[in-house]
Design a binder for this molecule. Structure first.
Ligand code: AMP
Length: 214
């Protein structure tokens, strides 16, 4: 199984990917997670990417493409992979076509998680994450008991710099300008399948599963 989760920030790509990768034993390739890991470790890639990420802009294509090229060669990608947050530009999609054909495999589907802007803003501005175990909370929909510490591991809960409302609006603008042309790109390849991602995450998961296992 090899597919892409496409959609605006806050559509639930990471949430769905975390469940799907375990259920189907495929690799979850999240360019956002790889970049955040690099920022945390202070690598040169992380240092280069940080200012773009903090302002909600896209990290330059050549850095991202090189990163994904390396990641897809990892052993765990051999059984299949789910791309989350990549591609985000037409150049990245074209590069992915080459990477995939060099690996001698095909994409099965591109799932578009469709969700209105006001839902995105409400979801992301209230999102809080445990620094230690990565558990995701929401100040209104799923608050931690304490408010500042994780219910699961006691770690500190924080808000991503790019989950501030002004940055979210910029990320949405970037999505419409640079990423949404991929909808047509994959429609033309007859790979695009659309899911209403404003539904509950269990419903969205069921819809994704019905589309990728056909
Ligand atoms: P995400 O966690 O997918 O929302 O990504 C967080 C941030 O990382 C984005 O706002 C971008 O700054 C950067 N990023 C992640 N994936 C990409 C990509 N495919 N191309 C360019 N920048 C990316």
């Amino acid at each position: 199984m090899r597919f892409i989760l496409l959609g605006p920030p806050g559509a639930g790509k990471g949430t769905q990917a975390a469940v799907i990768k375990d259920k189907y034993s495929i690799a979850h390739v999240s360019t956002g997670d790889i970049l955040r890991e690099n920022v945390k470790k202070g690598t040169s890639l992380g240092q280069e990417a940080k200012s773009f990420m903090d302002s909600g802009k896209l990290v330059p294509d050549q850095l991202i493409i090189a990163m994904v090229r390396d990641r897809l060669k990892d052993m765990d990608c051999a059984k299949g992979f789910l791309l989350d947050g990549f591609p985000r530009t037409v150049s990245q999609a074209e590069a992915l076509d080459h990477l995939i054909s060099n690996l001698g495999v095909n994409l099965d589907a591109v799932i578009l998680l469709d969700v209105p802007d006001d839902v995105v803003i409400e979801r992301l501005s209230g999102r809080r994450i445990c620094r230690r175990c990565g558990t995701i909370f929401h100040v209104n929909f799923n608050p931690s008991a304490d408010g500042s510490l994780c219910d699961r591991c006691g770690g500190e809960i924080y808000q991503r710099d790019d989950d501030r409302e002004e940055v979210i609006r910029n990320r949405l603008k970037v999505y419409y300008e640079q990423t949404s042309p991929l909808i047509e790109y994959y429609e033309k390849k007859s790979l695009l399948k659309k899911v209403d991602a404003s539904e509950s995450s269990d419903t969205v998961l069921t819809m994704i599963e019905s589309l990728v296992s056909r």
